[in-house]
Design a protein around this ligand. Structure first.
Ligand code: PLP
Length: 387
């Protein structure tokens, strides 16, 4: 299949402003004590922004490493030419340790039996780096007792093929005004770290929320995801974001059909919407298969700098909008982002979807091409459909 100049043939796309992501990282970095490293969290295809492109931007902005959820995501980065340290935050299989060794991936460990099994798979003289995860209040992954923790770290210390590179925990409520549970978790974590006879290179607990709330906490690395993309960990944090942090992801489409509809006519599946008066109805080529879910019926989009409502049910590939007047075919429609002085923020879309900001860019599917800009200039288009 020919892909001329990396183009796409349906008028729906995402724009990613890489300069803004770089600015966001620098703004966050400026709030941290000197020497504290940032690992940029680029799991889930860089929260839908593009893992390799975001990783490259993060590296330009001086991060010490990248973090992903599983080995496959780490290999996407390596295949994309990323040579920085990569921490796999989730569980990996013991039999995949050789792959981690070959690709210099750092794995998360949290079970003694995993270590014993993994030892049998080691196949290179270069030790595999691991970070031991401690469960201080998420009940997701992590050791839960000091005995388990010290047994694991002792075991690692006495085995050559596995190297202790870090210890960490993850906060459950770092994005809330009430910091008490986060600080309880932090204090538990400190007890574990203090019990270690020999400290590893990395000691870390902060996601974006905690990075912003407790920047001076004496750890030496932070794992920043959502804030790097210019998005909020929670609505409660809207007045706490470092100056200069702004959204980098915008979503656009174009009018592919415009027609006058009489008063009282039904629009879309199920005829759930009827025009109140004679109206201009536009059709745009984006639907729930693109991640623009049915619950966004009734949300606004921007056309000519003016808010227009999505009317009728959202279909798989298309939806309809109520226009204030006739617009020419091909007019740009912005579903997330700015037109003139109006903005549809990720927060607005998340609120309408009754979810958090994380979810929205993650679910804009790979069917929607991503266009990348740096300093206002078009750098490339990624369209997985035509790869
Ligand atoms: C273990 C871990 N660390 C860090 C992050 C980054 O969190 P945030 O996007 O809130 O910065 C995540 C994201 O879910 C995570 O699971």
């Amino acid at each position: 299949m020919e892909q001329k100049n990396n183009l796409f043939y349906r008028d729906t796309w995402v724009d990613i402003d890489l300069t803004q992501i770089e600015q966001n990282i620098i703004s966050i970095k400026n709030t941290l004590p000197k020497g504290k490293e940032i690992f940029a969290v680029v799991k889930a295809n860089g929260y839908g922004h593009g893992a390799v492109e975001v990783a490259e931007s993060a590296i330009r902005s001086g991060v010490g490493g990248l973090a992903v959820a599983f080995i496959d995501e780490a290999l996407v980065l390596r295949n994309g030419g990323i040579t920085h340290p990569i921490l796999v935050l989730g569980a990996s299989r013991p039999q995949d340790v050789p792959l981690a060794q070959k690709n210099k991936l750092t794995l998360t460990v949290f079970r003694q039996d995993w270590l014993v099994e993994a030892e049998g798979w080691l196949d290179s003289s270069i030790p595999v780096k691991v970070h031991v995860k401690i469960d201080t209040g998420m009940a997701r992954l992590g050791v839960r007792t000091m005995e388990e923790f010290l047994a694991m770290t002792d075991w690692i210390e006495s085995h050559k093929g596995i190297e202790l590179d870090g210890v960490f925990t993850h906060f459950a409520k770092a994005d809330e005004d009430d910091q008490s549970f986060m600080l309880e978790q932090r204090d538990k974590f400190v007890q574990y770290v203090e019990a270690l006879p020999k400290k590893p290179k990395y000691i870390h607990h902060s996601n974006s929320g905690a990075t912003i709330k407790i920047p001076d906490d004496p750890t030496n690395m932070v794992r920043v995801g959502i804030a790097m993309y210019g998005l909020l960990p929670s609505e409660e944090m809207k007045n706490e974001m470092p100056a200069g942090v702004a959204e980098s992801f915008s979503l656009h489409s174009r009018l592919i059909h415009v027609k006058k509809v009489e008063a009282g006519e039904p629009v879309s599946y199920g005829s759930t919407y009827h025009t109140k008066e004679a109206a201009w109805i536009g059709t745009i080529p984006i639907g729930y298969a693109d991640g623009w879910l049915r619950r966004l019926q009734g949300a606004d989009v921007l056309v000519g700098g003016v808010r227009c409502e999505i009317v009728g049910r959202i279909c798989m590939d298309q939806c309809m909008i109520l226009l204030p007047t006739e617009y020419p075919l091909g007019t740009q429609v912005t579903l997330v982002g700015k037109q003139g002085t109006e903005q549809i923020s990720m927060g607005e879309v998340a609120a309408k979807s009754e979810t958090i900001q994380y979810e929205i860019p993650c679910i804009i599917s790979s069917r929607v091409p991503r266009r990348y800009f740096r300093e206002g200039k078009d750098t490339k288009v990624i369209n997985p459909l035509l790869k």
